[in-house]
Write a protein that binds this ligand. Structure first.
Ligand code: RB5
Length: 147
């Protein structure tokens, strides 16, 4: 499994903290930027990250911006992406188990560093349960065919 991580300027510090945290735990992490505090456009980062997540079905993505909302709005418009904006560990676990979430969105200006790292850990350690949840995820995937 590879973790792709990205942030705009509003999520830079949390992105770097999560990246170090995951590397310390032995995860293979690819950082798609941003790399400085200079203002940038979160859709550009979300575009790059979602493309790389979709390169391999084993990949997972973490997007950070000021609120986590802009990133999640963009990511959920990309076919094959199920992005979850989380501010608590329960949602982080359930969105992997039930929604087969493949992108986690966090807000650096909303969620403190300690809780954010717990959310990341919970999200990564949970796995999709399939069964009735697969049927529901399939119904979401069918939306991609409706234009
Ligand atoms: C940047 O100021 C901010 O708009 C962005 O980080 C994010 O919160 C957007 O949803």
């Amino acid at each position: 499994m590879k973790i792709i991580i990205g942030a705009d300027h509003g999520g830079l510090l949390l992105k770097d903290k999560i990246t170090q945290h995951l590397k310390d735990k032995g995860y293979d992490v690819e950082d798609v930027g941003t790399y400085s505090a200079m203002s940038c456009d979160y859709p550009m980062i979300a575009k790059e990250l979602t493309t790389r997540v979709l390169d391999d079905s084993a990949n997972l993505g973490i997007l950070v911006c000021g609120t986590g909302i802009g990133m999640s709005i963009y990511a959920n418009k990309v076919k094959g992406i199920r992005a979850s904006h989380c501010t608590d560990t329960y949602s982080a676990r359930l969105t992997r188990q039930h929604n087969d979430s493949n992108v986690l969105c966090l807000g650096e200006r909303i969620t403190g560093m300690g809780l954010a790292l717990d959310i990341v850990d919970e999200w990564l350690s949970a796995s999709f349960e399939g069964g009735r949840h697969q049927r529901r995820v399939d119904m979401i995937n069918e939306l991609d065919e409706v234009k």
